[in-house]
Design a protein around this ligand. Sequence first.
Ligand SMILES: [Zn+2]
Length: 300
Amino acid sequence: MTLGWLALARGDIDRMAERRRDEDWVAAAWAGSRVLVVDDKGRVPVRLTDRPELVYVPSRTAPKGERVLLGIDEDKIAYFAVCAPIPDGIPDAEPTGLRRIGALLADVESTLMTQAVAMAAWHGAHRFCPRCGAPTKAIAAGHVRVCTEDGGEQYPRLDPAVIMLVADADDRVLLARGVSWPERRASVLAGFIEPGESMEQAVAREVKEEVGLDVGEVTYMGSQPWPMPQSLMLGFSCRTDDVAKLKLDKAEIAEAYWYTRDELKAAALNRDVLLPGRVSIARQLIEHWYGADLPGSWGL
Ligand SMILES: [Zn+2]
């Protein structure tokens, strides 16, 4: 069985990729669209209630900035992102990031915000051509950047990362604290895939590097975008039969411990362990292993 609900991989929007280079269609869509303003910290205007909602501005009052067609919803309403400082004076709106509200938004709003934040980060970091250094400009409704000198096109980039739950022969889970994390925070292991490596090879290498363990079969569990700034998290579970080899890479891992289900529940209840927030695939991997929700988190 694989992961079910993932905070940033839910919701359905028609991205209208086939219309992105149709300038007349894009202009008409813009005229009646809802615009989500994204600032350079990946924040958008949000109405913060028990059920947070994105706050859009009409396109006629949207600030200047890169425009990105996000898609159209079931009611044929078009959504764009505009990369710009969030204007003052949007009623009841507070600039808010994905970590805080990604798990709380409605399905469609979660996917709209995830795409908007990812595209804003990409535009911000790709303003110059990687071949000749000349400025680039956005085309194709904000989904391509083209070099103003040599015409070379750039497409949005993703950094694939593996994140894996390691269990032992007794089905205990290994949770670790990164060296830069506060006390008590703990999560599963993760790392970027290197060039020339498969996902499964990256899982085995990262586990070996970080905690010294050899893992057997690696099982794919699910994925979700993590645009902070441009990762795609690929979730796995794997098993090790030789816990005696545990040896931490002290440059990366401050501490790591094995937990039975009862031990982890008690530690989470007592706040001896602070688990990652529900927006993360890490949390979903841990709760999938546990078999139910767990209390508390380090996030909001
Ligand atoms: Zn160029």
